[in-house]
Design a protein around this ligand. Structure first.
Ligand SMILES: Cc1cc2nc3c(=O)[nH]c(=O)nc-3n(C[C@H](O)[C@H](O)[C@H](O)COP(=O)(O)OP(=O)(O)OC[C@H]3O[C@@H](n4cnc5c(N)ncnc54)[C@H](O)[C@@H]3O)c2cc1C
Length: 447
């Protein structure tokens, strides 16, 4: 029986444990934190996440999709909130049944851990903080001095991965690593559930965006009727652009929100308390190479490729990592030395593509969603998707096409976007644009 040690019982690590156990592999999962099923965890990365088709496909393989979706809130489009309080819904797709889903991070992680533990051969070891890895001996070291040896280590220990640090610190010759911080940070805030008659205080089936050019706030619905809001704002403000460093007391926070998000403020009774109680998080993109040390260790999920959250794809991509790795186990059994290089070669162009699209989408969400030309373009795209079942916008290719690699979605999507923005800019009414003509232009550009 092969033995795999997974470092990190987060979203990717817990799902991976299920996949490996189904192949009769003995799995030990080492997690730095305590067991979140027993302890109240402090605020983590984000309270809820958008789960879409790539993530769902990976959950479906192990029979988890139905259960997870039963506690998700579907979101059919972006609801844009203008400074004057006006709103507009921009659909995610013109096709029936294409939507994203707001799920609880903690709830999903717990469901995955429970399912993993139900398999024989899976053991979780909580309060085990990994400190490094030795490729010669295959030893994994922990903060309490414990050392384990194992057939192979898969690091799902997140964006700050200590296994990756060991690779950087000499385990791997000429290890490439970059971490690009966004100058914006984020803070989570709260809109409580309404009364029974109006369980959700605002439209439940949408991802709400308050785009304000240099910054924005978003809100995703929770199953209990509340919303988790996230303010994305520069860490350091200036005369031209507000920043977290200017919001240092309740009056400054209240003035800022009343000026920028007047329709949201009455829905946020604990705004000032939440603002000062919740941490300000950092956002960044991690790229590195190689992802493996022979057949001894592999980086997977955020440890290999953390992305900024603006395409809602970090977890979906990490789940896709797990599904693709599993297809290679089909082919090569537990010959990790054959699997890891092939896995990495297949995934790297795709994770680079989603990293770049996620950064671009920040600008789309905070700037373009408020731009009338962009809004016209979305109307044309939705009409195209309504009319031509085989037409997919870039967003749809990334979000609803688990059969299409991210790199292809990016390449095809960029060609489409350029043409559609040009058409949108030159029309006064996107609802009367001749779709057959547009379709022909798009087809010609792709060949
Ligand atoms: C604000 C925000 C919003 C997001 N929204 C979305 C979204 O809507 N949709 C989406 O798909 N993605 C989203 N993401 C991205 C998503 O959170 C990550 O891509 C996903 O969590 C990656 O999973 P992972 O298992 O690789 O890493 P993590 O979920 O970070 O798990 C890593 C695990 O390793 C453990 N660990 C860390 N260090 C050690 C150590 N030394 N020893 C042992 N264990 C360790 C951690 O405690 C944790 O349990 C968002 C991210 C942020 C920051």
């Amino acid at each position: 029986m092969s033995r795999v040690s997974i470092i990190g019982a987060g979203l990717a690590g817990s799902l991976l444990a299920i996949y490996l156990a189904r192949r009769d592999i003995k799995v030990d999962v080492y997690e730095a934190r305590g067991d979140m099923r027993l302890e109240k965890m402090s605020a983590g990365r984000s309270i809820n996440l958008a789960l879409s088709d790539r993530g769902i496909a990976a959950l479906r393989e192990v029979g988890m999709a139905r259960h997870v979706l039963s506690e998700a809130v579907p979101m059919y489009g972006r609801k844009i909130h203008a400074p004057d309080g006006g709103t507009k819904l921009l659909s995610y797709s013109g096709r029936e049944g294409e939507h994203i889903n707001s799920v609880s991070r903690g709830g999903l992680n717990i469901a995955l851990m429970n399912a993993a533990e139900r398999q024989s051969g899976v053991t979780f070891h909580f309060n085990h903080r990994c400190t490094g890895f030795d490729s010669q001996t295959g030893e994994v070291r922990f903060a309490d001095g414990k050392i384990i040896t194992t057939d192979t280590v898969i690091a799902t220990d997140g964006a700050g991965s200590p296994i990756r640090r060991s690779m950087f610190d000499g385990v791997v010759d000429r290890f490439n690593f970059s971490q690009i911080w966004l100058e914006h940070g984020y803070k989570e805030l709260h809109i409580p559930a309404g009364s029974n008659a109006h369980r959700f205080a605002i439209e439940p089936h949408a991802l709400h965006i308050w785009p304000r050019h240099k910054f924005m706030m978003i809100a995703l619905p929770n199953f209990d009727g509340s919303f988790t809001c996230t303010l994305f704002l520069a860490h350091h403000g200036s005369a031209a652009e507000p920043g977290f460093d200017q919001l240092t007391d309740p009056t400054a926070v209240s003035d800022f929100f009343t000026r920028e998000f007047p329709d949201a403020v009455p829905l946020m009774p604990t705004l000032a308390d939440d603002f000062f109680a919740n941490p300000t998080g950092d956002l960044g993109t991690v790229k590195c190479w190689p992802w493996h040390v022979g057949g001894k260790a592999l980086l997977l999920g955020d440890s290999a490729h953390a992305v900024v959250p603006f395409y809602g794809q970090g977890m979906n991509c990490a789940f896709e990592d797990v599904r693709i790795l599993d297809t290679l186990i089909d082919e090569y059994g537990v010959d990790w030395a054959s699997i890891y290089p092939q896995y990495a070669a297949v995934r790297k162009p795709n994770t680079d593509a989603i990293a770049e699209m996620a950064e671009e989408n920040f600008y789309e969400m905070r700037d373009a969603t408020a731009d009338p030309v962009f809004q016209s373009k979305r109307i044309i795209e939705t009409r195209l998707e309504n009319t031509f079942p085989d037409y997919f916008s870039k967003y749809s290719m990334v979000t609803f096409r688990e059969d299409l690699p991210y790199s292809l979605a990016k390449q095809r999507g960029n060609v489409q976007d350029e043409i559609l923005m040009e058409i949108a800019a030159s029309t006064t009414d996107p609802n009367t644009v001749d779709l057959n003509e547009v379709r022909e232009r798009l087809k010609a550009a792709q060949t």
